[in-house]
Design a protein around this ligand. Structure first.
Ligand code: ZN
Length: 196
């Protein structure tokens, strides 16, 4: 049986996604164990081509997040969508024990998904600007100001550390299965994969 840190994403219903993740102690911060967890998180992030991973999503109830909006990901979005959602490139950022400060009361409402609620999405309101502070790893500064989509990623990932999932914040009426049209076209012969 597979044990954490996993190479897949834990799914909603798994208690690890609903508990408050533990602070990483000062002695642990530079330990091999934490480095291995971070390494796995970065690998999973890139393998699944997503933009953020929180440690509970690979089965580890610790306060660690990784974020990246790689160069080239822009091509996956129509230019107007990229602009409207205020997306931008975000180099790999790794925070241990991140703290979030809201620095703009402006809210943006856009569709959001989660690898731990695979196959679905919904409109979620997020603050436009946040400051993330924590122990930066892999060259990440200890403080970063983020805006637009990057600020959304940070809010989504820090939520995971507090046992909160986007479905707790979404506009319920906008919740949808991403492949609903395809399901009709294929007369139901469609599947949501939890592995890539
Ligand atoms: Zn998520």
């Amino acid at each position: 049986m597979s044990v954490p840190p996993y190479r897949h994403f834990t799914q909603i219903g798994d208690p690890v996604l609903r508990q408050k993740a533990e602070e990483v102690s000062p002695e642990e911060i530079d330990s091999l164990e934490i480095d291995l967890i971070i390494d796995r998180m970065v690998k999973v992030l890139r393998h699944y081509d997503c933009v953020g991973v929180a440690a509970p999503q690979i089965g580890i109830p610790k306060r660690i997040i990784v974020m990246e909006f790689r160069e080239g990901k822009q091509e996956q979005f129509k230019p107007e969508i990229y602009e409207e959602r205020k997306m931008s490139t975000l180099p790999l950022a790794v925070f241990v024990n991140p703290e979030l400060e809201i620095i703009s009361s402006q809210l943006n409402k856009h569709p959001e998904g989660c690898m731990s609620v695979r196959g679905y999405s919904a409109q979620v309101e997020r603050y436009d600007k946040v400051r993330v502070r924590g122990v930066g790893k892999l060259g990440t500064p200890s403080e970063m100001d983020l805006e637009g989509w990057s600020a959304r990623i940070a809010q989504h990932e820090v939520d995971h550390l507090n046992g909160t999932i986007y479905v707790d914040r979404m506009d319920i009426s906008t919740f949808n299965c991403n492949s609903w049209e395809q399901i009709n076209a294929a007369e139901g012969r469609s599947a949501i994969w939890f592995h890539k």
